[in-house]
Ligand binder design. Structure first.
Ligand code: SF4
Length: 206
């Protein structure tokens, strides 16, 4: 058994493929979140996708289904991709943290933001996915994913929608997480969605 307060790095297979990574991640106990989530929710999509999208963590529905971006935020993400002229088949989607962190609220499981130690523990899985998929552009959806990849000083509000150069991919772009749009007041939601679509359009023509 892997002790807690470690990272997932020792679990990365020597010659990683997505299937090997997925199988290894299924038994990950490198941070305490494995006890909270139903299962590891690994990334999925085209093995050599042009675009690799990174969210924060699986939500309630993703946790039950074992698949990323299948809940309400995933449906909004699909809508934004379509509006931006990007086919989901061009993409690989994953999360910075691969177990659902939540706290009880009556019968509901309320999303709880992963902390820096949990994000760091899970980062080797994300880095391995990027190394295997070799996407042209890595797209961070929200601050957790952006800061996991670019460091704690990165600000999505300041640099969203800009195609940036990085050493580990041809490009990096950050934008809002669809769930942040779902949390907006109803009068602001449409503008939030249009902003997400505008950011994603940069990728359709890049
Ligand atoms: S959240 Fe990541 S590091 Fe923590 S147990 Fe799950 S897969 Fe492992």
């Amino acid at each position: 058994m892997v002790a807690t307060s470690m990272t997932a790095a020792p679990l990365i297979p020597e010659r990683p493929t997505l299937e090997r990574l997925r199988a290894a991640a299924a038994g990950c106990q490198a941070c305490p979140l494995w006890k909270l989530g139903t299962q590891t929710v690994f990334g999925e999509g085209r093995p050599r996708a042009r675009l690799l999208f990174v969210g924060e963590q699986p939500g309630d529905q993703e946790d039950r289904a074992g698949r990323p971006f299948v809940g309400p935020a995933g449906r909004l993400f699909d809508e934004a991709l379509t509006a931006a002229g990007i086919a989901r088949e061009e993409a690989y989607v994953t999360n910075a943290v691969k177990h659902f962190k939540w706290e009880p609220a009556g019968k509901r499981r309320l999303h709880k933001k992963p902390n820096a130690r949990e994000i760091a523990a899970c980062r080797p899985w994300l880095e391995a996915e990027i190394a295997v998929v070799q996407p042209e552009v890595v797209v961070a959806l929200g601050a957790t994913a952006a800061q996991s990849l670019m460091g704690p000083e990165f600000r999505v509000t300041r640099d969203r929608g800009k195609l940036l150069k990085v050493a580990w991919a041809s490009g990096f772009l950050a934008t809002l997480h669809p769930s942040a749009i779902l949390r907006m007041r109803s009068g602001e939601r449409e503008a939030g969605l249009q902003g997400l679509i505008a950011d994603l359009r940069v990728l359709a023509v890049s």
